[in-house]
Ligand binder design. Structure first.
Ligand SMILES: Cc1cc2nc3c(=O)[nH]c(=O)nc-3n(C[C@H](O)[C@H](O)[C@H](O)COP(=O)(O)OP(=O)(O)OC[C@H]3O[C@@H](n4cnc5c(N)ncnc54)[C@H](O)[C@@H]3O)c2cc1C
Length: 431
């Protein structure tokens, strides 16, 4: 099958994955004189940091996604193809995809991560991950559908299971969705379901380590814990999930929790790309790259973003954190290097300048850590909001998100409470 991409005199760069790294790379290549082919399994770029807001009915999924064809419609010699990659043949310099083969001069892999369930198959079957737009909509649908079913639940036991939400993973994503759902419980659901006893609903945030936000300072962790608990979230620390059975989340060293809403934010891994040398594949599927993002033993294949494991940067001997800022800066640096190579110059090594980390626990509360500068509260929340709006693609998305936030803030409302999809027959489960 042909991918229908014209052959020209320009060198062809095939980019797989239009996430933060892929998009930054393609934008920075705009005047490089290369032919660029983008392959992605979706036809849009999505802004993962706000997925939790789509999952908790705060934002429309469309507001945090941007179609590739719109983003690059003015680009010459640019081609988008919606496909999955299947394998790479580094000898023939071709990439096999679900819609055919494509030849490359340079291949850039920017496929990011997928959820890692660490071999817990029963958990994988039941849990809702939060990794793409479909996941976010699934979480929204599942929670709202269970509220509807709770109204007619035949027993208190079943009602509690329908209303309980268990979030596994106390990193930024887990903390953010826990805070958002706690606000939903407090401000929105009592108005929509006045006859439901909200004390039957518990939001649990379960973390295997001894603190939430383990990537931030201990002070921030302690403050985040305090705020979450004040919002009514039950935070369970040092608790490792071991399985899911008969509508109960099971933990090592703790009681099972009855729930029909299990949300998994606990870990990630990268999918294997067939055809690359085994030596390149490292922990959690990341690909070993040199300081120029070149994949080990593959001179014309590069990896950027979450997928890349670069251990040459003296400040990050175990690789860079899997963050949007790293992905963006690697994408930009690689674009400059491909340009330099085209001009016969030597590429320059990538170095990450840490611009800090942020997380929010809901309205008026966020945390910012930037070197020695650490602050939380309302100012941090404003900074968090500003940074997220800035990095969203497209003016319309920025306006929609900003307006959505203003509406939610002053109206204490989460307007996107829609269950979208075919009617699902409630599962009959043993209790
Ligand atoms: C819920 C959540 C919240 C986050 N919040 C933050 C935050 O607040 N701040 C922060 O800095 N970072 C955050 N991150 C991490 C950040 O999103 C990642 O570090 C960043 O997305 C990595 O960029 P990337 O380009 O490497 O991959 P991604 O952005 O994940 O993009 C990968 C792209 O590859 C495509 N793709 C994947 N596999 C294939 C395939 N086989 N074939 C074709 N296409 C494929 C995908 O469709 C996607 O478009 C968050 C992540 C998640 C999941």
């Amino acid at each position: 099958m042909s991918m229908n991409i014209p052959e020209t005199d320009q060198k062809r760069i095939v980019v797989v994955g239009g996430g933060f790294a892929g998009i930054a790379l393609i934008r920075a290549l705009s005047r490089s004189g290369h032919q660029v082919v983008l392959i992605d399994k979706h036809n849009y770029h999505m802004f993962k940091p706000l997925l939790y807001q789509a999952a908790s009915s705060q934002l429309n999924a469309g507001d945090i996604a941007f179609p590739f064809r719109k983003a690059f419609r003015r680009r010459e010699d640019f081609y988008f193809r919606m496909a999955y990659i299947e394998s790479v043949d580094t000898e023939r310099k071709t990439l096999r995809t679900t819609i055919g083969e494509v030849r490359y001069d340079y291949l850039v892999l920017a496929t990011g991560c997928i959820p890692n369930f660490y071999g817990l198959d029963d958990v994988k079957k039941e849990a809702l991950a939060m990794s793409n737009l479909t996941d976010a909509l699934n979480i929204r649908n599942r929670i709202l559908r269970n509220f509807e079913l709770a109204v007619t639940a035949p027993s208190e036991e079943e009602r509690r299971a329908r209303l309980n939400i268990v979030i596994v993973g106390g990193g930024a994503s887990g903390v953010e969705i826990a805070g958002a759902l706690a606000e939903m419980k407090r401000y929105v659901m009592p108005r929509d379901y006045p006859r439901l006893d909200m004390s039957h609903m518990n939001i649990y945030l379960v973390e295997g380590q001894d603190r939430v936000l383990p990537a931030m300072s201990e002070k921030t962790s302690a403050e985040a814990l305090r705020i979450l608990e004040r919002k009514g979230v039950r935070v369970l620390l040092n608790r490792r999930m071991t399985g899911f059975e008969n509508r109960h989340a099971l933990f090592e060293g703790g009681e099972p929790i009855a729930t029909c809403n299990l949300i998994w934010t606990s870990g990630v891994k990268c999918s294997a790309v067939e055809g690359l040398p085994l030596a390149a594949r490292q922990k959690a599927g990341r690909l070993a790259v040199d300081a120029f993002n070149r994949v080990k033993d593959c001179p014309d294949v590069f990896a950027v973003g979450d997928l890349a494991l670069m251990q040459d940067d003296p400040a990050y001997p175990n690789g860079h954190p899997q963050l949007a800022r790293v992905a963006i800066s690697q994408g930009k640096r690689l674009a400059r290097n491909l340009q330099r190579i085209a001009e016969g110059k030597r590429p320059e090594a990538y170095r990450y300048r840490n611009r800090g980390v942020m997380a929010t626990v809901g309205r008026n509360h966020a945390f910012v850590e930037w070197g020695k500068l650490q602050f939380g509260g309302f100012v941090a929340w404003l900074a968090w909001s500003l940074v997220h709006i800035m990095f969203l693609l497209g003016i319309q998305g920025k306006i929609n998100v900003f307006w959505g936030w203003v509406w939610n803030y002053f109206g204490h409302d989460l307007p996107i409470r829609l269950i979208v999809g075919p009617y699902e027959q409630p599962r009959k489960e043993r209790s």
